[in-house]
Design a protein around this ligand. Structure first.
Ligand SMILES: Nc1ncnc2c1ncn2[C@@H]1O[C@H](COP(=O)(O)OP(=O)(O)O)[C@@H](O)[C@H]1O
Ligand SMILES: [Mg+2]
Length: 315
């Protein structure tokens, strides 16, 4: 499932081979190899302390690696850190905004740091892109959590980067603000930018990312599309109903792993929801039973993580 990265492919805007980084005796990044493709939203999913920020900071040229090779936009991170930094956008984990500068002034300052002399309409168009044009004169203290994160995103975009790195941009946000940010991130991808994002929310990785790298204790334990990860590594769905269908009938379905009745409800573990569901409907009809409470629980990335590591993502 985890294919060997093709290091020469020009479509790979990030190429990492055997990357390791330790802090004293703590191995934060342990022999990671992967590629990020141009135009994709690539997510690192893992619990706190898994090594997401350390990995990102190496890709961003902010930390030195101990071992391995990292190429960003075709350039070696050791030799071309300065050029690479000019072509990437970085939103650090829990970005702190400057308390005494207005939203407008923060964007202006960041643009100048990158050597741009953006005029007022240009800066306002940056703010419009993240829905903050009406907040141009506000100080950060007067912004909501979601607005702060959108400002941090605008700051990561001032240099028109080809790759945008976002370290847990939605942590602590309410579901609606999170969705607004997801839409903005998807728009970046429509503009041909590549997005690398970290998260410990499995729903976020599943909903937003084209491919997800699952990290645990510094190791990349799986890398694939959310759909493939779930199909290959979590595969079992469960169907429950309180209607008492004859258990032995399920033996003829090879995709059913287990069918049991606990006196109150029937639960069926299956590798193929569609086939099993059709079978249940037919069976109910045959026995003249109506299925008034049917529940389907499909596996998610949390199950993938649990299967791979033996732990839950949030413990
Ligand atoms: N500057 C540092 N000094 C010492 N240990 C660190 C430092 N930064 C990170 N670590 C350790 O490295 C591991 C990975 O941390 P980090 O990359 O921040 O994980 P994540 O972002 O997934 O929460 C953790 O065990 C953390 O305590
Ligand atoms: Mg982190």
């Amino acid at each position: 499932m985890m294919s060997t990265p093709r290091i020469q492919d020009p479509e790979n805007v990030i190429q990492v081979k055997n990357l390791s980084k330790s802090f004293g005796s703590v191995v934060a990044v342990n022999d990671m190899s992967f590629c990020v493709k141009k135009g994709e939203i690539f997510g690192f999913l893992g619990p706190n302390g898994a090594g997401k920020t350390t990995t990102l900071s190496i890709l961003e040229g902010l930390r030195k690696l101990d071992r391995g090779r990292v190429r960003v936009l075709g350039m070696d991170i050791d030799k071309n850190a300065k050029t690479i930094k000019s072509q990437i956008g970085v939103q650090l984990q829990g970005t702190s905004l400057l308390p005494d500068l207005t939203v407008f002034e923060q964007v202006q300052l960041f643009s100048r740091l990158y050597g741009y002399q953006h005029n007022r309409p240009e800066i306002m168009s940056f703010l419009e892109r993240v829905g903050l044009d009406t907040k141009a004169a506000a100080l950060p203290d007067h912004l909501s959590g979601g607005q702060k994160q959108r400002l941090a995103l605008a700051l990561a975009l001032v240099n028109q980067p080809k790759i945008v790195f976002l370290d847990e941009p939605t942590t602590g946000l309410d579901p609606q603000s999170r969705r607004v940010l997801w839409d903005l991130i998807r728009e970046l991808c429509d503009q041909d930018k590549t997005v690398v994002i970290t998260t410990h929310y499995m729903e976020e990785a599943e909903a937003l990312c084209h491919r997800v790298g699952i990290i645990d204790h510094g190791r990349l334990v799986a890398l694939d599309t959310p759909g493939n990860l779930i199909t290959n590594l979590a595969g079992v769905s469960s169907i429950t109903t309180s209607v008492n269908l004859p258990l032995d009938e399920f033996q003829q379905l090879p995709t059913v792993i287990q069918a049991q009745h606990d006196g109150y409800k029937l639960s069926i573990q299956t590798r193929d929801v569609a086939v099993t569901l059709r079978f249940i409907l037919d069976l109910a009809q045959k026995h003249c039973l109506s299925l008034n409470d049917l529940h389907i629980q499909q596996p998610n990335l949390e199950d993938v993580f649990l299967n791979l590591t033996g732990n839950r993502i949030r413990n």
